[in-house]
Design a protein around this ligand. Structure first.
Ligand code: KG4
Ligand code: ZN
Length: 342
């Protein structure tokens, strides 16, 4: 089975061909990702209208490149999987309508894919993970803990009650005058800062819910920064270090609760796993904290390679394969409309 995947929900224009071999092993034949970061950098964040226009301009070429690189003509794919939500509606419309048009013209099965399902199933593409497992999704738009029981069978255990984790990094970076995207820059600054100079809050610590909150942390950073303005390079580094420490300790405490619950719910799994996905998973301090946390809970941390953790179309193609082989493709897929808040 071969699937063409298309992803346009945020600021990456992406297409990929993934093949499921007769031996049951998946292979990524191509994975083309065109980032729009430079188009948005001057604005300090993603501008939806600019994103949608950029998708219009580049998507056809990106799809062609994905097919070329895979060495697979359009006629030789079995289906076309495209992100139909959640995300920025302009980009979703461009990607999903393109998928519809190509599917109609080439007589292929159309598979609408939820972007979060793409992230949730990636660990099965990269690590052949069996169900059930726990997913921690930490990106610019999402912060969730999800129990993944099967294809299409998810239970959300935790989400953020305000900012997403990547958003907290991006807003903190902006506040400190660091360029977009903020996460990598905050991490770089933190490496040369003193995390003990400032004491930032650990939001929701001790709260019995499993949820996250990050807006208070951002406010604390703003107050610390305005109290000593103008900021020296060392001030910026120290604030970043303290911020990152607050984040890692908060994640340990918050995610730890979900791990306890997972171990209680599934005491007999051969390979109990926490999968981490989303751009924030690139952060080395956060990864190290999660490694330690999993070890303490007798679990494995599964972190797919970074280029498959962040937004890409291979995960969408793979979700399409999982849906198609599971008989989970809607009959009226052609009538499906993209949903920004799916
Ligand atoms: O998954 P992703 O590429 O796109 C979506 O948001 O869907 O995630 C991007 C987010 C941004 O907020 C970015 O600042 C954050 O991931 N990020 C990081 C790091 N690299 C990227 N956050 C913290 N540390 C990093 N090294
Ligand atoms: Zn994403």
């Amino acid at each position: 089975m071969r699937m063409l995947g298309i992803e346009t929900s945020c600021d990456e224009t992406a297409a990929s061909v993934v093949e499921l071999g007769d031996d049951g092993a998946p292979r990524i034949l191509s994975n083309v990702v065109l980032s729009q970061i430079e188009d948005h950098a001057a604005f300090g964040g993603v501008v939806p209208e600019i994103a949608a226009r950029a998708h219009v301009e580049t998507l056809d070429g990106v799809i062609e490149a994905a097919l070329d690189e895979a060495g697979v003509p359009l006629g030789a794919v079995d289906g076309i999987a495209a992100t139909a939500g959640p995300g920025l509606i302009g980009g979703l419309i461009v990607g999903f309508m393109t998928a519809k048009a190509v599917a109609a013209a080439a007589g292929k099965t159309l598979v609408p894919v939820n972007h979060l399902e793409g992230h949730a199933l990636t660990a099965r593409l990269t690590d052949g993970l069996d169900f059930p497992y726990l997913l921690l999704l930490v990106s610019g738009g999402h912060t969730q803990v999800v129990l993944v029981r099967g294809v299409g069978d998810y239970e959300r255990w935790a989400s953020t009650i305000d900012d997403a984790l990547g958003e907290a990094f991006d807003k903190t970076a902006k506040l400190l005058g660091l360029p977009y995207p903020g996460g990598p820059n905050v991490e770089r600054q933190a490496a040369r800062g003193d995390p003990r100079r400032f004491s930032f809050p650990r939001p929701l610590r001790g709260d019995a819910r499993l949820d996250f909150s990050f807006s208070g942390l951002k406010t604390a950073v703003r107050q610390a920064a305005s109290a000593i303005a103008p900021l020296s390079d060392q001030d910026v580094a120290d604030i970043c270090a303290a911020f990152q420490l607050a984040i890692t300790e908060t994640l340990e405490e918050r995610v730890g609760r979900s791990l306890t619950r997972f171990r209680e719910a599934f005491p007999d799994l051969a390979r109990p796993a926490l999968v981490v996905a989303g751009g924030v998973a690139a952060n080395k301090a956060i990864r190290a904290a999660l490694e330690g946390l999993c070890e303490r809970h007798g679990m494995n941390l599964v972190a797919p390679p970074l280029h498959l953790c962040t937004d890409n179309a291979a995960m969408i193609a793979w979700a399409g394969i999982e849906r198609m082989r599971g008989g989970l493709v809607e009959d009226d897929a052609m009538g499906f409309a993209p949903r920004s808040r799916w």
